[in-house]
Design a protein around this ligand. Structure first.
Ligand SMILES: Nc1ncnc2c1ncn2[C@@H]1O[C@H](COP(=O)(O)OP(=O)(O)O)[C@@H](O)[C@H]1O
Ligand SMILES: Cc1ncc(COP(=O)(O)O)c(N)n1
Length: 259
């Protein structure tokens, strides 16, 4: 069986973070291993508390997995502090497979998940290790210092990040207006477009997308095909119309199994 490692934070409400990653990989037939970076107390209305794990245990978690069940792909999500970022960089230094990095900065509920002082380390330590970056529009704006108002702007931002970090880049369009256009640049531009679903329950879409991409890469798909299939999976999971909690609820990771 193919395996993927997710390095991310725990979401007590089960819709995002490690929980979304494990559900997604499982739904796609990939065995998930994990290294938890932080424990969040959160639900569909917001993030109530964050506890960063000690860097030493994060390093041990990653080493335990890499030295035994070497993953076919790695996904990195919430990393929060410069110390944990540095440790992940060291622990992954010899890893040769695909690394999908979702630069998680703010939860769908609006709560910050990356400390301000961690932004620079994210760019200098983890971006160069990544093979594929998946910023949403607000994240891509911060990373490139550009205003993104169209698919053409998403394309410019994707190219700028590709040139700066040498990784393929997917600028996701869930925060845009009009259609949900995700722009992928791997040296060539690919645009993956779907109608924007009228559903406020999108907690965990970014985590789900990046772990689905990592899962499809683990299964051997090329990057552009992995992105396309992952987007289809997230679209179906939003379209299912699951309605849990009082705020912005999660999507249905099990959508393909229920049908
Ligand atoms: N309402 C929606 N309808 C259709 N697709 C959506 C919707 N919201 C998000 N998506 C898709 O979900 C994925 C995650 O995108 P986005 O919401 O931009 O990321 P993040 O969760 O990191 O903010 C993308 O493929 C995006 O196009
Ligand atoms: C632990 C954790 N990691 C990441 C997210 C981002 O979620 P989204 O996929 O909605 O951007 C989150 N809310 N919680």
């Amino acid at each position: 069986m193919k395996t993927m490692l997710t390095i991310a934070g725990s979401d007590s409400s089960g819709g995002a973070g490690i929980q979304a990653d494990i559900k997604t990989a499982t739904a796609l037939g990939v065995f998930a291993t994990s290294a938890i970076t932080a424990i969040t107390a959160q639900n569909t209305t917001g993030v109530q508390a964050i506890f960063d794990l000690d860097g030493d245990i994060v390093a041990e978690e990653i080493r335990s997995v890499l030295t035994d069940i070497s993953p076919d792909a790695v996904k990195i999500g919430m990393v929060s502090s410069p110390e944990i970022i540095k440790i992940i960089g060291e622990a992954l230094a010899g890893y040769k497979g695909p690394v999908v990095l979702d630069p998680v900065m703010v939860a769908t509920s609006g709560s910050p998940l990356l400390r301000d002082e961690a932004m620079e380390s994210l760019k200098t330590v983890l971006f160069p290790l990544a093979t594929l970056l998946t910023p949403n529009i607000p994240e891509a704006e911060l990373l490139t210092d550009m205003k993104i108002e169209s698919a053409a702007d998403q394309e410019k931002a994707a190219k700028a990040l590709y040139d700066a970090y040498g990784a393929s880049v997917l600028v996701k369009g869930g925060h845009g207006t009009g259609r949900a256009a995700d722009v992928f640049y791997d040296g060539n531009i690919h645009i993956f477009e779907k109608p924007m679903l009228d559903n406020p329950n999108t907690h965990g879409t970014g985590c789900t997308l990046s772990s689905a991409i990592a899962s499809y890469l683990a299964l051997g798909l090329d990057e552009a095909k992995a992105v396309e299939e992952a987007k289809n999976y997230v679209y179906d999971a939003i379209a299912d119309g699951l309605d849990l909690g009082r705020g912005r609820g999660p999507i249905n990771h099990m959508v393909r199994r229920n049908k």
